[in-house]
Every structure is written in structure tokens, then in C-alpha cells.
Design a protein around this ligand. Structure first.
Ligand code: FES
Length: 95
């Protein structure tokens, strides 16, 4: 968890929850850098449509040795499109 990106109640913020929900992280080594790129992209693209190609270009300086980047890209697009993100840890379990 990156405390500066956490929700006000201390839980994972939407960007962190999105990476979790979209399986955009495994070991977490690259996650801090990905979150910083995502934060910058979110700031720079406010009110604009961002394409998958732009997301991939923005992430091109971040190496992830665990994922195929698709989960990271999907999480980024979900955040930038304002989708409601439900953290996996907050989803109800089957009974
Ligand atoms: S999740 Fe392991 S390097 Fe990206």
C-alpha cells in the first residue's frame, strides 16, 4: 500500500483497488511505479479520453516481470474511465 494514495479511511485507494481487482499485480515489485504513472496519467488526462495505446506508452518505462501488462492496462483504463472499483477484499464471498 502507498499511504499517499490510500482512501481517507486508510483502506486501499481506487487505483490500488483497481490493480487488485483487474489482476494487475502479482509480486508487487513494480506496483509503486505503476501507481505513480497511473496517478500522473490521471492528472494529465483529466476530462480527456485516454486510449489503450496511450496507457501502454505511459507504462513503457515500467517493467513488470510477473504480469503480461493486460491487467495493469485494464485497471488503468477502468480508473481513467471512472468505473466503480470494488476491491477484491471488499467483494462478498459465496456462502
Ligand atoms: S507484479 Fe511482479 S514485477 Fe510486476
Amino acid at each position: 500500500m502507498i499511504e499517499g494514495l490510500a482512501a481517507l479511511n486508510g483502506s486501499r485507494g481506487p487505483k490500488q483497488a483497481a490493480l487488485e481487482s483487474y489482476h494487475g499485480l502479482q509480486c508487487g515489485f513494480c506496483t509503486s511505479g505503476v501507481l505513480m504513472v497511473l496517478t500522473e496519467l490521471q492528472t494529465k488526462s483529466a476530462g480527456m479520453t485516454v486510449t489503450e495505446a496511450q496507457v501502454r506508452h505511459a507504462l513503457s518505462g515500467n517493467l513488470c516481470r510477473c504480469t503480461d501488462y493486460q491487467g495493469i492496462v485494464n485497471a488503468t483504463l477502468a480508473v481513467l474511465n471512472g468505473e466503480e472499483i470494488i476491491s477484491l477484499s471488499q467483494k462478498p464471498t459465496r456462502s
